[in-house]
Design a protein around this ligand. Structure first.
Ligand SMILES: [Zn+2]
Ligand SMILES: [Zn+2]
Length: 335
């Protein structure tokens, strides 16, 4: 078993453990080990043979035992048991996700807002991973604590985008924004600004505990805005610590499908949003998807390979996931 496949197993174990509040720390340990595998891609067979699986960062004796089982049998009885215990048994209609065909991430942050790396560093890392494009989607002004961008700073950022794109050969930087969905479903930047951007990710960040009826109206309004391309982490949940927004998912997803708005599967292990169950519903409602890392630093791009199991488990075919499309086929891009 290769490191990415093993990372997905550990990531799913972390996800299932998170459903039990007393297991949050163990859940995090599994996610961290999954991340190390996705980042470093060690040769598991060789390490197992040399009895050195614990040399991988974040891998103690317990996780090493699971990895040894994976190398020897290709399966994890621990994962199978957890799936049964949490009422999420294996499905026979999972899709196949070929990560080698991943073209680019549509949702990432830089130090223009709350990212921890420059646009140049993010672009270089994305290029090193073989990405053909990267959406630069920093926060909108309402999120003051993270220095969200207004129209003026977006203009300044566009100049940097051009410079960086010239410097890093082979990657297209999509100028975008992660715009806040305000309480009434309007967006945190005027349409005249949004329509100039290549990619608009609209996300709920605050007031997630609105009444479901009001939240439904809020989300319906957001997906109906013609400038919105993707709904970022559609529930805002943080498994194990924060329940996400509750709304009429079917109604909102159907409307998103009708408007050609993609729903994000945010691969950040702290989010994992949409859940596989919601993603499956969205698939039935005719939605496309965006499988993003929501990276705030270069190392976080590895969230996509470690969490791709969510899309697989939801049964989403690759042709419904924007990130597997070549740049020319991304219809949202304003050119
Ligand atoms: Zn966000
Ligand atoms: Zn984000």
């Amino acid at each position: 078993m290769d490191a990415i496949a093993a990372a997905q197993v550990l990531s799913e174990i972390g996800y299932l453990l998170r459903q039990d509040p007393t297991e949050v720390y163990r859940a995090r340990a599994f996610s961290a080990a999954a991340w190390a595998l996705a980042l470093e891609r060690p040769d598991l067979e060789a390490l197992h043979k040399a009895n050195k699986l614990t040399a991988i960062e974040g891998v103690g004796a317990g996780i090493a035992k699971i990895l040894a089982g994976l190398v020897e049998t290709g399966r994890s009885s621990y994962l199978e048991r957890l799936r049964t215990e949490t009422g999420q048994p294996a499905r026979d209609d999972e899709s196949t996700i070929d990560l080698a065909k991943y073209q680019g991430d549509l949702h990432s942050h830089t130090d223009w807002s709350d990212g921890r790396a420059t646009m140049l560093e993010m672009a270089r890392s994305a290029r090193a991973l073989g990405y053909r494009y990267l959406g630069i989607t920093d926060h909108s002004p309402r999120i003051k604590v993270v220095n969200g961008l207004d129209a003026e700073r977006l203009l300044a950022q566009s100049l940097e985008r051009e410079r960086v794109e010239n410097e890093v050969e082979g990657i297209v930087l999509l100028q975008g924004i992660e715009v806040d969905i305000l309480e009434d479903g309007s967006l945190d930047l005027p349409d005249a600004v949004l329509e100039l951007l290549d990619v608009v990710v609209a996300s709920p960040h605050v007031k997630l505990r609105q009444e479901p009826a009001a939240m439904t109206e809020r989300m319906l309004r957001a997906v109906s805005n013609p400038n919105v391309d993707v709904i970022g982490h559609p529930t805002g949940r943080r498994p194990g610590s924060r329940e996400g927004a509750s709304y009429d998912f079917e109604k909102v997803f159907r409307e998103a499908g009708r408007h050609g708005v993609a729903l994000e599967i945010d691969c950040d292990p702290a989010r994992m949003d949409l859940s596989p169950e919601h993603a499956r519903l969205a698939l039935e409602c005719g939605c496309n998807f965006s499988l993003d890392a929501d990276a705030h630093a270069p190392a976080e791009f590895a969230y996509v390979p470690m969490a791709a199991w969510m899309a697989r488990r939801a049964g989403i075919p690759m042709d419904r996931i924007l990130n597997f499309r070549p740049l020319e086929a991304l219809t949202m891009i304003a050119k």
